[in-house]
Design a protein around this ligand. Structure first.
Ligand code: GRF
Length: 190
């Protein structure tokens, strides 16, 4: 059994998709959900599904070994970032090299990097005049949004799009593809 930890800062709709998808799976289980925001909806979603869900402060992430100790004691094999809005600390990046997967709501390498999250991304895409956006699922390294790309899917940017409308279209793609891409990546490593 491969054990996943989901890191999430927000509402947790992707976390929910992952939890539902892997529930009852014979080889992959979501064993832990970690957040940097105690009000993150993702924590509640995980708890309702009977998954250990913990909020850690920024201080605990960056200036202690509390988080890595938890990952180790829970025997976590892979980490999935599902709307995790702070940088993964170096000690975790080192311990989980090529084992951390992120989803980004645009077609990297465009519209990535610091500050490119949430509606900022969709605003930037619309302002650029691009006709397509989409999702990128990629491995995480020490540079924001620059790890190896595992998968991309595209959607149109429409004439009268608002950042909110485009976000909804992109999020549909996320929900549709994220769990399967995670499963595929992990299955290749088994
Ligand atoms: C997603 O759009 C993801 O790409 C981005 O943050 C959002 C998280 O949404 N990085 P949710 O918390 O999964 O609903």
């Amino acid at each position: 059994m491969k054990r996943l930890a989901i890191f999430a800062s927000g509402a947790g709709s992707n976390a929910k998709r992952l939890i539902d998808y892997f529930s009852g799976n014979q080889t992959i289980s979501v064993a832990l959900l970690i957040s940097n925001r105690k009000e993150a909806g993702a924590l509640e979603i995980a708890r309702k599904a009977g998954i250990t869900a913990i909020n850690f402060s920024k201080e605990e992430f960056y200036n202690s070994s509390t988080v890595i100790e938890k990952l180790t004691s829970e025997k976590i094999d892979f980490i999935v970032l599902a709307g995790f809005l702070i940088k993964v600390p170096d000690n975790i990046l080192k311990a989980y090299e090529n084992k951390i997967i992120n989803i980004h709501p645009a077609l990297l390498p465009d519209f990535g990097g610091k500050g490119m999250y949430g509606l900022n991304v969709h605003k930037a895409v619309i302002e650029s005049g691009k006709k397509e956006s989409g999702i990128t699922i990629h491995l995480v390294n020490e540079h924001y949004d620059e790890g190896r790309i595992l998968f991309q899917a595209k959607c149109s940017v429409l004439e009268n799009d608002t950042p909110e409308k485009l976000a909804a279209r992109v999020q549909e793609l996320e929900h549709q593809h994220f769990p399967e891409v995670v499963e595929h990546f992990i299955s290749e490593k088994l």
